[in-house]
Design a protein around this ligand. Sequence first.
Ligand code: MN
Length: 327
Amino acid sequence: MDSSERIFVFNGDADGLIGQHILGLELGEPGLRVTGLKRDIELLRKVPPRENGHIHALDISLGRNLDALSALLAQGNLRITWYDHHDPGEPPVHPNLVLHINQAQETCTAVIVNSVHGLRHPLWAAMAAFGDNLPATASALASSGGASAHEAALLRRVGVLLNYNAYGEQPGDALFRPADLAARIAPFREAYDLCWEESILGPLAAQFESDRERFMELKPVAARPGAHAYLVPDEAFARRYGATWANERVLQQPGEALAVIHARADGTYMVSIRAPRKWIGGAAGSAFDLAKEFPTGGGRKLAAGIDVLPADQLDRFTERFSEFFGS
Ligand SMILES: [Mn+2]
């Protein structure tokens, strides 16, 4: 196939970016990449109209791209292959659509791509899994690829930094556009080649550290044993680093629930809730159960959120959070 007919559509986070990189190593460079920041999921509709070709969608929910997918399939001459670990809803059945979707807790898109294409890139897959906060999966892949503990730490650093780069809400929040990163990474065959690419990693690491320091200075707005809630301002550092910080905290303090409450310019809040990974004392409850007490709340057992919390419900949320998870 002519490379101009190959299109990669992918989420800009670590496992999306690295998943499409592994695919490029296996199939050859795409003629076009369509991507965005972490929150940009509905990407399939951004593919320019075309007569034929093969679209590879990675790490974006099929359910949230269903209309665009149906329209592309209806053309009859486009092939579409989907790699993902999110809930696909009810996918259409079509001879031109191939699905590689695995919702297991301990996998992510780059790991799936590596499995489908012969397991030849365990170190790239490990880098992605570290970035997606799946340390057990990542360490096993790193070992299978012959990495020492030191080399695994290098892979982890890069995975975390790439994932961090995809967060942010506004243009200018992220240091690199994921599409530019994908193009710069494309020539690297070995995962270690990227580990030494300081023109990418140096600026990312510096910004990461300075964002991290801002978070370390925050005081919780609600603190009980087992449950801490933090209110963060509507600033770039908080939009970029909030998710990375939550990932770090749940790994370091698995017995504790965490709420990160992001202030928005319009006066509302966006809340992310992490349930304890290990229950101390045996009480049961999930992040989802708390989130759904509020309109626009949803998510999963360990990680859930409230998209829009009105200002007048902030106190009610922090009280409920403390009661729900605190002791
Ligand atoms: Mn992802």
